[in-house]
Design a protein around this ligand. Structure first.
Ligand code: SF4
Ligand code: SF4
Length: 365
């Protein structure tokens, strides 16, 4: 059974020592970074967000983690997609603040990858970012939040979507490829889908009909989710969603093979838990009260724990954007919002031998 350390965000009395950063400091002291990372180059994989989103991990926590690795004798650097450097700067992830440089995961020109073959036949080869898997150690530093495709975005998504080339990301998304439908009767030509598409894959043709360029589409589902009238939908054939989850787990498995046992550590920050991913480009209100920060040696256990701690009973009414008019009444909070069971990726990872969903929560006072 895996041990999951937990630093609670609850502040029971007005005392610095019981606030989340103070507890996080004590949590880090229990992670044996000396034994794990001394003398090693340690990649800290983050999702630095994009555009005007502001709920990524606060730079204070990043600084504390960087300092902990350095004090333990490690050589830390932050990393995310190669073209995320500007996004990192906008959110304060710069050496002067966080104490470490930000390195493009796929190299300066986003061309530095290793091609490996996954065990998932439908996915085949994936390209892993050289500047991540070359490291001696890895800390998967994730912000837990919802995700339109996978239900939940935590450690599995941080690796599977964030440690791969742009074409591989599209390939994994395409596992759930469905068929786009556009209803001209419902469409008000507000162009929200066009401005929100990260790959400029949507336009209106000369006849005023909406066209999606399959080649550019990365199946992020921003358009279907953001359309205020439901004019764009995507048929998701049964089994495709599960295949997408399997693709993420299989990609994680290949990335983790590059590291020695014990050289990967997982920390997930469960604050500002929004319904959508930090790639969305802007932030909506958090759905539940802040929970805290958890840490574990195992990717399956930390994902299970994170999901278990985000409870639909804690949902704060009114925090979802108005267009989510039909929240379901069964399953996890993210399943009720996105219609997808967020535990599926965890089950897939467990079945692929990445760990066990059995864990013991140990609160750090
Ligand atoms: S967001 Fe919906 S209503 Fe607006 S232009 Fe796109 S399809 Fe039409
Ligand atoms: S799914 Fe994403 S990439 Fe594809 S058309 Fe819609 S917004 Fe653009």
């Amino acid at each position: 059974m895996h041990e999951v350390l937990f630093a609670s965000a609850h502040v029971p009395r007005l005392e610095r020592n019981v606030s989340l950063p103070a507890r996080f400091e004590r949590l880090l002291a229990r992670c044996d970074y000396g034994g794990r990372f001394e003398g090693k180059r340690v990649a800290i994989k983050m999702h630095v967000g994009s555009a005007i989103g502001f709920y990524t991990i606060h730079p204070l926590f990043v600084r504390m983690l960087v300092d902990a690795v350095r004090e333990a004798g490690g050589k830390p650097y932050l990393t995310d997609g190669s073209f995320s450097t500007d996004a990192a700067t906008a959110r304060g992830y710069v050496p002067e603040v966080v104490g470490a440089r930000v390195v493009g995961a796929g190299g300066e020109h986003d061309k530095y990858f290793y091609t490996v073959t996954t065990e998932l036949e439908e996915l085949g080869d994936v390209e892993l970012c050289g500047n991540i898997v070359d490291a001696d150690g890895l800390i998967v530093f994730s912000h837990g939040k919802g995700h339109g495709n996978s239900g939940f975005g935590g450690a599995i998504k941080n690796i599977a979507m964030g440690c791969v080339s742009y074409p591989t990301r599209g390939k994994i998304h395409a596992l759930m490829r469905g068929h786009f439908e556009w209803d001209g009767e419902l469409c008000t030509h507000c162009e929200q889908c066009i401005s929100g598409c990260p790959t400029s894959a949507i336009k209106f043709n000369d006849d005023g009909e909406l066209v999606i360029f399959d080649h550019h589409c990365r199946y992020c589902m921003h358009c279907t989710t953001s359309c205020p009238t439901g004019a764009i939908t995507m048929e998701e054939p049964v089994g495709k969603f599960e295949l997408f989850q399997a693709g993420m787990a299989a990609t994680c498995k290949e990335a983790l093979k590059f590291f020695e046992p014990g050289a990967v550590h997982y920390i997930t920050v469960l604050t500002n838990i929004t319904p959508l991913c930090d790639c969305w480009g802007f932030s909506t209100r958090p759905l539940v009260p802040d929970i805290g920060i958890i840490a574990c040696d195992n990717i399956v256990a930390i994902e299970q724990a994170a999901l278990d701690m985000i409870r639909h009973e804690d949902y704060i009414p009114g925090t979802l954007p108005d267009q989510y008019t039909t929240m379901g009444d069964e399953g996890h909070l993210f399943q009720r919002i996105h219609g997808k069971d967020p535990y599926e990726q965890v089950r897939r990872a467990e079945r692929m031998g990445l760990g066990s969903r059995e864990y013991r929560l140990v609160e750090v006072e």
